[in-house]
Design a protein around this ligand. Structure first.
Ligand code: ATP
Ligand code: MG
Length: 501
């Protein structure tokens, strides 16, 4: 669908055209008309599919009609979990609102109060805020919510996970009753339902993501690592690939992120860390350097997992697997954005087998394992360790004798015996609350079928690794682990060249 048919003001359309968007993405197609019609929305869609514009464009459309409410404070308030996201959305507002006279700004922690107070002391069109700092301003009476017409919660589930549930409710309660609310969330559970009930009136539900939580254009791979030294050797091998234009390497702790970034920098790579213990100034500088292409390798904690949109990230590497399965989907979603292709590589050590199982259950597929010649794991994961589709022992050249099924990892539950995802949170489409859709959404039966990701999984013999990928590599004279010889790699190469030439 073209943006032209959405009744957007010419000034907005002009800016959208300038961005080079030829048509609306599915979430934009569904959300924008409903939002412009004034409906409350609960929306979810896959990573990198343009959710920001799906709420910013209707917000801007609202601003084309002057406000009747007098006083100071924002007309539109966007809440988002991280400071990086608040800055990014503020930039998006400026981009899409390029041809409008807008007063807008970000209210986020770690930055001086003075400028924020100055912004809030006047009528403002759009404020993008993190809940913590906004509550600060609210409690000290420095922000008036009386003019708020539209409240947007981006990454609402993440805000709840971060403990902002009360803050979000308090902020919403301070805004006028008659305001419109748009809620974007990746997952849906009891806490989210409660929040939605408190905040929204007869919301329309839009779930574009469907069954598949991850994007098809992201090629996912897995490497087994014996220990940290092995992970480092694998990483060194992978980052030597000139096809890796820009990558985010996710580490589980701030300390390790720092350490790894330092090590990579000392080896001559342009690498920097990003985590919550850095000053906001340093965080902003790092993101800016990444956007400008001055950093090739960003070593980050999950602070970079959600929402971050940096053009041209060709690879995401999970140096450590995330504890929370849904974070996997968000992490890898930093690549393959806006229709581009991308590669997501995860390292799994024996300590992380539970995490791996949770992730595979959550995304409903096995991650195809790859082995790099000369960097084979000493103890390959075995078929029968509770992970269908695993075939690493063979390609590892026989190193590491096979253990009887279930013995080496006897603590781990059987993969199939646990049909229910144990991620803490369920994917949106897996929600029971979808059982009674208030709109013309999919019927219950369809949602139910999404609730069992383990059914419909490919059998072992049909796995991507044992089948097509290996055969293809062989045909081309390469060994199974040589990813540079695969079709997917060539496609990515072609994309990279097209994008950066
Ligand atoms: N209609 C469109 N056509 C082409 N590109 C688009 C379109 N809409 C948005 N984009 C681009 O897609 C990229 C991803 O957009 P955005 O960050 O809004 O995704 P998202 O759905 O919010 O992702 P995430 O779930 O990771 O937060 C941005 O670079 C944006 O410029
Ligand atoms: Mg987003």
């Amino acid at each position: 669908m073209s943006f032209d048919t959405m009744n957007l003001a010419p000034t907005i359309l002009k800016a959208v055209n300038l961005c080079g968007y030829t048509s609306a993405t599915p979430i934009q197609e569904q959300a924008i008309p409903q939002a412009i019609a004034g409906k409350d929305l609960i929306a979810s869609a896959q990573t990198g599919t343009g959710k920001t514009a799906a709420f910013v464009l209707p917000a801007l459309q609202r601003l084309t009609v002057p406000s009747t409410a007098k006083g100071k404070g924002p007309r539109i308030l966007v809440l988002t979990p991280t400071r990086e996201l608040a800055n990014q959305i503020t930039e998006a507002v400026r981009t899409y609102g390029k041809f409008m006279r807008l007063r807008t700004g970000a209210i986020l922690g770690g930055m001086p109060y003075f400028e924020q107070q100055r912004l809030l002391a006047q009528p403002v069109d759009i404020i993008v805020a993190t809940p913590g700092r906004l509550i600060d301003h609210l409690e000290s009476g420095r922000i008036s919510m009386a003019r708020v017409e539209l409240l947007v919660l981006d990454e609402a589930d993440r805000m709840l996970d971060m403990g902002f549930s009360e803050a979000v409710s308090t902020i919403a309660a301070a805004t006028p009753e008659g305001r419109q609310t748009l809620l974007f969330t990746a997952t849906w559970d009891g806490a989210m339902e409660k929040l939605a009930k408190r905040l929204m009136k007869e919301p329309v539900r839009i779930a574009v993501a469907g069954k598949k939580a991850t994007l098809e254009q992201i090629e996912q791979r897995l490497h087994t690592a014996d220990d940290m030294q092995h992970k480092n050797r694998l990483l060194n091998h992978l980052i030597a690939d000139s096809g890796m234009t820009r990558a985010i390497i996710f580490s589980s702790t701030k300390r390790n992120a720092d350490q790894l970034a330092r090590e990579l920098a000392s080896r001559g790579h342009s690498a920097e860390a990003l985590h919550g213990d850095m000053t906001q100034g340093a965080r902003n500088r790092t993101i800016m350097n990444m956007r400008r292409g001055k950093i090739r390798l960003l070593v980050a904690t999950d602070v970079a997992a959600r929402g971050l949109d940096v053009t041209g990230i060709t690879h995401v590497i999970n140096y450590d697997l995330p504890k929370n399965a849904e974070d996997y989907v968000h992490r890898i979603g930093r690549t393959g954005r806006a229709g581009a292709t991308g590669i997501a590589i995860s390292f799994v050590s024996f300590r992380e087998l539970d995490e791996l199982r949770r992730i595979e259950r959550y995304i409903g597929q096995s991650l195809p394992q790859q082995v790099i010649a000369g960097l084979e794991p000493a103890r390959p994961l075995q078929q029968g360790s509770g992970r269908p589709g695993y075939n690493n022992g063979r390609s590892a050249g026989g190193r590491g004798a096979a253990a009887p099924a279930g013995r080496r990892f006897s603590k781990a539950p059987s993969f199939r015996s646990d049909a229910r995802p144990s991620t803490g949170r369920k994917p949106y489409s897996d929600s029971r609350s979808d059982a009674r859709p208030s709109t013309d959404r999919k019927p219950y039966a369809d949602y139910r079928s999404d609730a069992r990701p383990s059914t419909g999984r490919k059998p072992y013999a049909d796995s991507a690794y044992t089948g097509d990928r290996k055969r293809e590599a062989k045909q081309q004279g390469g060994w199974a682990g040589d990813v540079r010889k695969t079709e997917a790699f060539r496609k990515t190469e072609a994309f990279r060249k097209a994008r950066w030439s």
